[in-house]
Design a protein around this ligand. Structure first.
Ligand SMILES: [Mn+2]
Length: 320
């Protein structure tokens, strides 16, 4: 990885107009990594655009440099980038769908830690053992002795904090603790991250979670627990799909169970399945259904499907 770090940093420092692309799903890690690097590049006098696929969720409004984020591909085109960097994105088709908008031959650096990353970049800084993409970026910055400012430290804290559920999930390793300690030393405000990542739920979304708690079903012979949320539930509760996002992490945190599945009917007419496990490689299951993720946290979506609940309380995905 050290050789790659040197090569990647050389390309980054040589570029002057850099397009940063966080994963299609804008979260603490994809966005935190993107804005941490943006902070450093701006100090270096470079032009930066961060191309996001969706509006930055309200819970990340405390992050610096959000004015660099745009959903408008024409703004990214107008930058005429001489380097593209993707963060936390194992979704190669998403990146490929953007590439025709940019001059052919622009170098693409892929920085990620998903087990399902296909190494689609020209340079691939991919380490599936990294607890977060932000940790990989932090390692790169340290290796090249790049100074990390307090705003960049806050962004990197958002990444490692989000992906480790604040040092509580199976992503957490010794490096995560060291990184957080060092970022706090550098001026990253940990309480801001703790507040954003834990006190972000509305009463309506918790009522919806209550429905999911009520439907928890234990599949004893297979050692897993599952539950579900329907489209009708979402409409009735008037809750955004994003607000259901923390449910699987929360349940995995409080339940003493090896594997957890949370099924959710999405607005696009399909069923998304989010999986968490302590010992099973759920990324294999996700891959079999065209999804992706990490060994212990992965997911997939079945298009044109709904959830069917059986009289015994169990439930399954049914295609239309
Ligand atoms: Mn990540």
């Amino acid at each position: 990885m050290e050789l790659l770090f040197t090569e990647a940093w050389g390309k980054i420092m040589a570029a002057s107009r850099i397009l940063i692309v966080p994963d299609k799903r804008v979260d603490g890690d994809s966005l935190g990594s993107s804005l941490a690097l943006a902070d450093i590049l701006i100090q270096e006098g470079k032009q930066v655009v961060v191309l996001v696929s969706e509006l930055v969720p309200p819970l990340y409004q405390f992050l610096p440099h959000l004015s660099l984020c745009t959903q408008d591909v024409s703004k990214a085109k107008a930058l005429n980038p001489d380097l593209i960097i993707s963060f936390d994105c194992s979704d190669a088709p998403y990146i490929e769908s953007l590439r025709p908008s940019f001059p052919p031959g622009v170098l693409l650096i892929n920085v990620d830690h998903h087990a399902t990353n296909s190494r689609y970049g020209d340079l691939n800084l991919v380490d599936e053992k990294a607890p977060a993409t932000a940790e990989l970026l932090y390692r790169l910055l340290n290796y090249v002795r790049q100074k990390i400012s307090p705003p960049a430290a806050l962004c990197l804290l958002a990444g490692i904090g989000f992906d480790t559920s604040l040092l509580r999930n199976s992503n957490t390793n010794e490096a995560s603790f060291r990184m957080i300690a060092d970022l706090v030393r550098l001026g990253g405000r940990l309480p801001v991250i703790q507040q954003a990542l834990t006190k972000s739920h509305s009463v309506a979304s918790l009522r919806l979670w209550g429905l999911a708690f009520d439907r928890l079903h234990e599949h004893k012979p297979f050692g897993f627990i599952s539950t579900f949320i329907t489209r009708a539930d979402l409409a009735l509760a008037d809750v955004d799909e994003e607000e259901v996002g923390g449910l699987s992490n929360f349940l995995k945190f409080v339940l003493n169970i090896d594997t957890l599945l949370v099924l959710r009917e999405n607005q696009a007419g399909g069923v998304s399945c989010s999986m968490r496990s302590s010992h099973r490689d759920v990324s294999l299951i996700a891959r079999a259904f065209g999804g992706g993720g990490h060994t212990r946290a992965a997911g997939f979506t079945v298009e044109k499907a709904k959830i069917h609940q059986l009289p015994d309380g169990s439930h399954r995905i049914e295609r239309f």
